[in-house]
Design a protein around this ligand. Structure first.
Ligand SMILES: [Zn+2]
Length: 294
């Protein structure tokens, strides 16, 4: 599993950070495209976008473009496999079907709602919470950095929504109203790009109740801002979004995410702590295998 770290002015100063991952679900191809665009846009504009440059003095960006690697590769094989959702982990002893729904495998009210224990189902949550190498890797990485990471973004498709924690209907985030306010402002900013409307609300209310997802878990461990973006469209093309929509989606999502990060940055660094010499570099860290994260 590979992630990129974008870090400006790494002079030893303790900075905060933003995490974004894409492609937890294999068939949602638009998500990895947006993650890559996000990196490209930051690198292209950080010298000319004064606000972004200031934010990079205080924030690092971690971006994982493809979370579910074997599932993603499988979805590219042919038309039969195109709509594969889960990972490709080996079947449990009592079943013949491959794969776990990695967005049901995290350790927050695991397997309590919105899952199927039939291992052939697309929402099979695994044999236990965090049973999968992918969820273990993210759990370990983020758990060590809860003081550092201010926001967790995870990108999915489709339905054009900005989801807030929690997916479980009986739990609500203590900062729900702030998340809602920021989410609505982001949706408004996104609409200004290509006119597309994104609905904002908690997952259980505007999508469906489900448990064990990464967004809920990230909020649970103390990352204050946790968002799932469900990208275009609303069902016309569904997971098979036409190529001519890829770039427009990237453009509108970049604006929405930028808006949220700006809010978080200004809230956190409001005492002029963002001054500093502009000495920029780009560092790319690569973890070749999951085991290096474990
Ligand atoms: Zn998804």
């Amino acid at each position: 599993m590979t992630y990129l770290k974008i870090s400006v002015n790494p002079d030893g100063k303790q900075k905060k950070a933003i995490w974004m991952d894409c492609g937890i679900h294999a068939r949602e191809w638009i998500a990895p495209a947006v993650c890559q665009w996000f990196v490209k846009e930051i690198l292209r504009t950080f010298k000319t976008d004064e606000k972004l440059n200031k934010m990079l003095q205080n924030l690092d960006f971690y971006v994982m473009p493809v979370f579910n690697i074997d599932g993603y590769v499988f979805s590219w094989i042919n038309k039969t496999t195109r709509l594969w959702r889960k990972s490709r982990s080996a079947p449990p002893d009592d079943c013949d079907c491959y794969g776990v729904d990695l967005n049901r495998n995290f350790n927050f009210l695991w397997a309590t709602v919105g899952v199927s224990f039939n291992c052939c189902a697309s929402t099979y949550p695994g044999s236990a919470a965090v049973s999968e190498k992918e969820s273990q890797a993210l759990t370990e990485f983020l758990s060590k950095r809860t003081d550092e990471i201010l926001a967790y973004f995870t990108l999915h498709s489709y339905s054009q929504k900005i989801l807030l924690p929690y997916g479980h209907p009986n739990v609500s985030a203590p900062n729900y109203s702030e998340l809602m306010k920021v989410g609505l402002a982001a949706a408004e900013a996104m609409k200004s790009v290509h006119g597309m409307e994104y609905e904002v609300g908690n997952s259980a209310t505007i999508l469906y109740p489900f448990s064990g997802n990464s967004q809920d878990w990230a909020r649970l461990i103390g990352i204050p801002f946790s968002f799932t973006f469900e990208l275009r469209d609303k069902g016309k093309f569904a997971f098979e979004l036409p190529e001519d929509q890829i770039q427009p989606v990237c453009e509108e999502v970049y604006v929405g995410v930028h808006h949220i990060i700006k809010y978080i940055h200004d809230k956190t660094f409001h005492n002029g702590a963002d001054s500093g010499a502009v000495l920029c570099s780009f560092m790319m860290w690569t973890f070749i295998t999951v085991t290096t994260l474990l």
